[in-house]
Design a binder for this molecule. Structure first.
Ligand code: NAD
Length: 454
């Protein structure tokens, strides 16, 4: 399989893909290893993860370079991602003992009762490319701490990063028979669905996630899905610093070239401040630096996948054909690499794909609304349910909108953020189940109820 640099279109290297045979061998290896791993003291499993945490720091420059070269994010954003992933790992290191310890529920009377948390067995982690460290550690770190073995399928667009992760976990002391990466495209992911695994943990698109859930349904094992979004953001008329908010919103749109599951994908602005907001956000957009992601100070690199600029251009053209106005960007950049100008469209509405389908790129539609009720109705008009954001001076007014949202996460005066201490979950087409927080520790274990007499 060729690894292509999306900024230059050059071949970085070629690597071996896994075959059905090699996948079976890896599964057999893990099946035996998991039995041993689950018997090791929890503190020892956590100690190995702590060494991985240190190794990520020690090698961060090289890891960031690999990540930028294979998926195109600006080098500082690659470093930020590795640091962010370490923050999440630290949460798991510090909190897993508490949430995995046996819990005494009834200690008086004839029948004593307790809960013990047991691992599931060998589980699959089928992962995405946009934040390979962040979305990976959400799954394989608590899964390993919980005593499971993991078959880890990095995206074909971040396979070199996946191999770094495997190398560093093994170096940290996670046994080879507890963690194995499988390399390849969708067919390799699909091969994992044929194995008798004890859980499927997927991060990726709605289309793939739904087909995985359907395929493994008959196994009656956990199948957890972290999928896409069409996340709305509403700016109320009482906000004070429009320029600051415009910068904030724009960052939520273009960070990682807009390839974030919780990127801002639709913006609604109260009519009283609409013109001022459009002027501020357009001015900020025109200042963004797009180019070589290895150069310091770049706001945006290329998109990661070759077909994505054309996909986004089709959304832009569809919107313009239905009456939208392009006030910034709108074009593929005519150079080597998969670059698109950061793009803002106004006069948009919900008949346009741009406002209904996940864009996953640096493109945003901004719609004028007359009041909070109209904003709420439009925010709710979606098949997705990952995050929703409100900017307002008034906590009460913002809360009245947040309470109405059918999303796993809501934000007041912020957007496009994930916290290790809060559950990360999507509703509707954005997914099923939670990672992160104490819920994301217990996701990878099963409770056993003890009834004890005597
Ligand atoms: P994708 O669905 O194309 O691929 C995800 C993974 O599934 C890859 O490893 C791929 O090789 C594998 N795969 C593809 N077909 C398969 C099949 N039939 N069976 C098994 N595995 C298969 O998604 P992507 O392009 O890698 O990721 C982008 C999507 O992920 C976006 O929609 C984004 O919003 C979403 N995402 C969601 C979250 C979240 O936390 N909710 C986080 C990151 C990304």
């Amino acid at each position: 399989m060729q690894i292509i640099n999306p900024a230059t279109e050059e071949i970085i290297t070629s690597i071996e893909e896994d075959t059905i045979d090699s996948i079976h061998q890896k599964y057999e290896l893990l099946k035996n290893g998991q039995l041993h791993w689950s018997k090791i003291a929890l503190s020892e499993r956590i100690a190995a993860i702590s060494r991985f945490y240190d190794l990520l720091d020690a090698e961060k420059e090289e890891l960031a370079l690999t990540l930028t070269n294979e998926m195109g994010k600006p080098i500082q954003q690659s470093l930020n991602e590795i640091n962010g992933a370490r923050g999440r790992i630290k949460y798991f290191i510090d909190h897993s003992e508490k949430y995995l310890a046996e819990e005494w529920i009834t200690i008086d009377g004839a029948t004593k009762e307790k809960i013990v948390y047991e691992p599931l067995g060998v589980v699959a982690n089928i992962s995405a490319w946009n934040y390979p460290y962040l979305v990976g550690v959400n799954v394989f770190i608590p899964a390993l701490i919980g005593g499971n073995a993991v078959l880890y399928k990095p995206s074909e667009y971040t396979s070199l990063t996946g191999l770094h992760i495997q190398r560093l976990l093994h170096k940290a002391g996670i046994p080879e028979n507890c963690f194995q990466a499988v390399i390849g495209k969708g067919n390799v992911g699909a091969a994992l669905l044929q194995l008798p695994l004890k859980g499927y943990y997927f991060t990726g698109s709605y289309k793939t996630g739904k087909s995985i859930a359907e395929t493994v349904a008959g196994k009656l094992v956990p199948c957890q899905l972290e999928l896409g979004g069409k996340d709305p953001l509403y700016v109320m008329d009482d906000v004070e610093d429009i320029n600051k908010i415009a910068d904030d919103v724009l960052e939520g749109v273009v960070y990682n070239s807009g390839q974030s599951c919780c990127a801002v994908e639709r913006v609604y602005v109260h009519e009283k401040i609409y013109d001022a907001f459009i002027a501020a956000v357009t001015a900020a957009c025109k200042k963004l630096k797009v180019g070589n992601p290895l150069e310091k100070g770049m706001d945006m690199g290329p998109l990661s996948r070759k077909e994505q600029p054309q996909f986004l251009l089709a959304q832009i053209k569809d919107a313009i054909s239905k009456g939208a106005t392009c006030v910034s960007g709108g074009n593929i950049i005519n150079t080597k690499g998969y670059f698109l100008e950061p793009t803002i469209l106004t006069n948009v509405n919900h008949s346009m794909d741009l406002m209904m389908e996940e864009s996953f790129g640096p493109v945003i539609g901004i719609q004028k609304v007359k009041d909070d009720a109209e904003a709420i109705a439009l925010m709710l008009d979606t098949a997705y349910g990952l995050t929703a954001s409100v900017y307002s001076k008034s906590k009460e007014r913002a809360e009245s909108v947040m309470q109405e949202m059918n999303t796993g996460t809501v934000y007041w005066n912020c957007c496009d953020r994930v916290s290790a201490t809060l559950p990360w979950s999507g509703r509707k087409n954005s997914g099923l189940g939670s990672t992160l927080s104490f819920q994301g520790i217990r996701t990878f274990v099963q409770p056993k109820a003890y009834h004890l007499r005597g």
